[in-house]
Design a binder for this molecule. Structure first.
Ligand SMILES: [Zn+2]
Length: 349
């Protein structure tokens, strides 16, 4: 069975500019023509311009999504000023905007309350993206298990301890996942001329019925599948996932969420494998090991999408008990839409 797709756009990556050569090496080995790289909180103004200059050393290989300077969120006129900055950043070459889950879960007002995603003071930002014709990759929430006790039944218990314990929102006074997604959807309704790509199946990979209802209700909403293959491929869930992707084959983008940054590249293990530091086999040639582990990680995605293979303990660390995923063997046309066509249309070069 063919396990290397004909053409691929990876719609969700995080490449620190000084690892651009390493990312290109991985892309070449995996047949990825273009990657959408999401800046890491500082993608605006001068820093963005410097990063763009580096990515542009590889013409056509990277599409850069920038950020808003959320350090200023409590300053007067934050929304309109951020919108102005976006205009300049698009002129510099920014092709989309990335908003992290920190909106809804981290950014606080002076009174200590969290900023709501649908706060009207942010509307200028969402509207400006529509005017400028750039999509917004809007990450809201996390898997429902992050709101549940971290015990042996929690599927994400291979992640939510040690270094990543702070990702657990269980009984810490955070809004619920449904509240966050409700606020997100209000933003999408209020801005019908703006394209929203909500990563990780819109944080609804566990309940594709809800994911589908949102797509039906919101024509300007799209998803990517990044970091959710461990859930989509669970043997009891894979058939639903296949039906879902067939039905919404024009609304979903392929993405890996691979990360190339200073805290992870020196470990030699692709960050998205989410190993705890003590579990990482430190390799002398960490650069080579990082390339190899990232290639294995991406190839696992291809096997999941294109074959009906069962992968035992795939290279996505999620559950301490271990787990397996079942390949979806998507039809070639459906796979090509996810892997290429939808991104080529929504996120042009
Ligand atoms: Zn990401």
């Amino acid at each position: 069975m063919r396990t290397k797709p004909r053409r691929v756009i990876d719609s969700h990556t995080h490449v620190f500019p000084h690892y651009v050569d390493l990312a290109v090496e991985v892309m070449d080995r995996c047949g990825i023509q273009r990657s959408v790289t999401l800046e890491w909180h500082d993608g605006f103004g001068r820093a963005l311009q410097e990063h763009l200059a580096i990515f542009n050393r590889y013409p056509g290989r990277f599409t850069v999504f920038g950020n808003i300077d959320f350090r200023r969120i409590n300053e007067p006129d934050f929304g309109p000023r951020a919108a102005e900055q976006m205009e300049q950043d698009v002129a510099s070459g920014m092709k989309g905007l990335k908003i992290y889950k920190a909106l809804g879960l981290e950014y606080r007002q002076p009174n200590g309350k969290l900023w709501r995603i649908n706060d009207p003071r942010l509307d200028a930002i969402w509207a400006k993206a529509g005017e400028l014709g750039i999509p917004i990759l809007l990450h809201t929430g996390d898997p429902p298990a992050f709101w549940q006790p971290v015990d042996e039944r929690n599927f994400w218990n291979g992640v939510l301890y040690g270094e990543y314990a702070w990702w657990s929102y269980y009984r810490k006074g955070f809004p619920s996942l449904d509240e966050l997604i409700g606020e997100r959807n209000q933003v999408i309704v209020r801005h019908p001329n703006t394209t929203f790509i909500c990563p990780h199946v819109g944080s609804r990979s566990e309940c594709l019925q809800l994911a589908a209802e949102d797509l039906d209700a919101l024509p300007n909403l799209y998803y990517d599948i990044s970091a959710r293959i461990p859930v989509l491929g669970l043997p009891h869930h894979a058939r639903n996932s296949r039906d879902f992707l067939n039905r919404y084959q024009d609304r979903v983008l392929f993405g890996t969420d691979v990360i190339y940054d200073d805290t992870n590249v020196p470990t030699g293990v692709q960050a998205q494998c989410l190993y705890q530091p003590g579990e990482i086999p430190l390799d002398e040639d960490f650069r080579r090991a990082y390339v190899d582990s990232t290639v294995r990680f991406i190839e696992s995605h291809y096997r999941f999408m294109l074959t009906d293979e069962v992968q035992e303990n795939p290279p996505f660390k999620r559950s301490l008990q271990g787990y397996s995923i079942l390949g979806l063997a998507l039809e070639p046309l459906v796979a090509d839409k996810l892997l290429w066509q939808n991104a080529a249309r929504l996120v042009p070069e």
